[in-house]
Ligand binder design. Structure first.
Ligand SMILES: [Zn+2]
Length: 298
């Protein structure tokens, strides 16, 4: 309903936008009409959160001018519950949506991401969290304009090496998956500021990650890391480092070079010996002091 709009025939305020027909429709007299000025925001920016969708309608795939498509669901919102979206697949026709800048499919039942997503070259935000996705197609790496990739709460085991092609990426969010290792190509994401990979199955990090000079946040809690790359201290812009509940045995000396670090979370790494867990828990100052008492190693 659009309160500023009245039916030009009967004067009723109960006017809605028909996404399918791209017209305003009067709910009282069924008159159809079109005002370009007001139509714009509905035509290019589709907010179809909980429209009881089981699939993305074909008429949407056919409209390459659409800039934003939000077909997410909010199943725990009692007002939304009766209308909740439950989309099970993305059609390969997604590749036709070449004008798409934002796509949000949160909380649906998507199992696969078609390779054609790589044709949506204008994509800036891609949000696929809370689905049943197991693999990410290599073609995703073609999205040079992508800034936000949100894949948390899926069943992903690995990210393809082509992810290194996402050279515009600022946010990489992959928490709550089953990722066992990050490809070394992650080191090519030179604009990355936030990497969040809490609750996965990471045993180690690629050394290349240490080249991400813009990284401000690195979140890795609830993984199985036993050590960190030796050059972690090169992440000179790092402000938050969350390592809670891993299996760390040692911290590299270079960690003391993280001058901008405001928050270091380390609890749960009870097997830490170098520095000892008790020392590490006291924070960066204590860690620096402990390393300072050690002889420099060549
Ligand atoms: Zn009317």
């Amino acid at each position: 309903m659009s309160p500023q709009l009245t039916c030009e025939t009967c004067g009723s305020f109960f006017v809605y936008w028909s996404f399918e027909d791209e017209t305003f429709v009067c709910d009282k007299c069924n008159h159809r009409f079109y005002y370009e000025e007001l139509a714009k925001e509905y035509k290019y920016f589709l907010d179809l959160v909980d429209f009881r969708l089981l699939e993305i309608p074909d008429y949407i795939y056919d409209r390459s001018y659409i800039k934003k498509l939000d077909v997410s669901a909010e199943p725990y919102d009692s007002h939304h519950a009766p209308f909740v979206n439950r989309i099970t697949a993305i059609s390969p026709k997604i590749g036709q949506m070449t004008g798409l800048e934002e796509l949000d499919l949160t909380y649906n039942a998507i199992k696969e991401v078609p390779p054609e997503i790589g044709q949506c070259r204008q994509l800036r935000d891609l949000v696929l969290r809370k689905n049943y996705i197991t693999t990410i197609p290599a073609e995703l790496g073609k999205l040079k304009k992508l800034e936000m990739l949100c894949l948390n709460n899926n069943f992903i085991k690995e990210l393809p090496p082509q992810i290194g092609g996402l050279t515009g990426l600022v946010y990489l969010i992959v928490d709550f998956n089953r990722i066992t290792h990050l490809p070394k190509e992650t080191g090519k994401l030179r604009k990355l500021e936030v990497m969040s990979a809490d609750q996965n199955e990471l045993h180690e990090l690629p050394a290349e990650i240490c080249t991400l000079k813009k990284l401000r946040q690195l979140r890795l809690r609830n993984n199985r890391l036993t050590y960190l790359p030796e050059d972690i201290g090169l992440l000179t812009n790092l402000e938050k480092l969350d390592l809670e509940n891993n299996e760390l045995k040692t911290l590299p000396r270079s960690i003391t070079n993280l001058a901008k670090l405001e928050e270091l979370r380390i609890s749960g790494n009870t097997g830490l010996v170098s520095p000892p867990y008790k020392v590490a828990q006291l924070g960066m100052d204590a860690i620096r002091e402990w390393f300072g008492q050690l002889p420099e190693l060549a």
